[in-house]
Design a protein. Structure first.
Length: 174
């Protein structure tokens, strides 16, 4: 769903996307996490005319969707689990971003509903309708009334096989 364009070179990756609070958050987290988890190095982050340009080093290793790992599901699952554990065990007490906290996400949902920015074409079919919620406002009300206590951990916004790289021993997140 991202509007970003990614250009991959021999040693570098250039990500070009609309400049938003989320792109600023992504930059802050990548700068903060450097040295705590294996990630690419941010070389430059520039915003110009509503566009964010992020130049970083290319992640080392192979994507977890590489044939080598897809043909060995036991090894693949082990590497995925290790990657998640690495994220979840990272101390986030000094993380500069709180963008993904539950209260902030619920507030963003309120704003999206209020301003008509709910994409009803990309929801799970059973979310709304006879066995679901009547509308996004009803869903939001339910989420607010049934809010759970957060167990704060570091997460990856798009933890999927093409975004996780490994040297076969440990994972690296892009």
């Amino acid at each position: 769903m991202s509007e970003s364009q990614v250009y991959i070179f021999e040693k570098y990756v250039l990500k070009v996307q609309p400049a938003t609070a989320e792109t600023d958050n992504e930059y802050k987290i990548l700068k903060w996490i450097y040295g705590k988890c294996p990630t690419p190095t941010i070389l430059e982050y520039i915003k110009q005319d509503g566009v964010a340009f992020t130049l970083m080093t290319k992640a080392e290793g192979k994507m977890l969707c590489d044939e080598e790992y897809m043909k060995n599901p036991h090894r693949l699952v082990k590497l995925i689990a290790e990657g998640l554990k690495l994220l979840w065990n990272t101390d986030i007490s000094e993380c500069p971003c709180t963008y993904s906290r539950l209260d902030e996400r619920l507030q963003a949902a309120r704003e999206n509903i209020k301003n008509g920015r709910v994409d009803m074409d990309n929801v799970e079919p059973e979310t709304f309708g006879p066995n679901g919620f009547a509308n996004p406002s009803e869903l939001l009300k339910w989420l607010e009334e049934n809010k759970l206590v957060e167990d704060l951990v570091l997460t990856h916004g798009d933890f999927c096989l093409p975004n996780i790289f490994t040297d076969g021993k440990k994972s690296q997140h892009s």
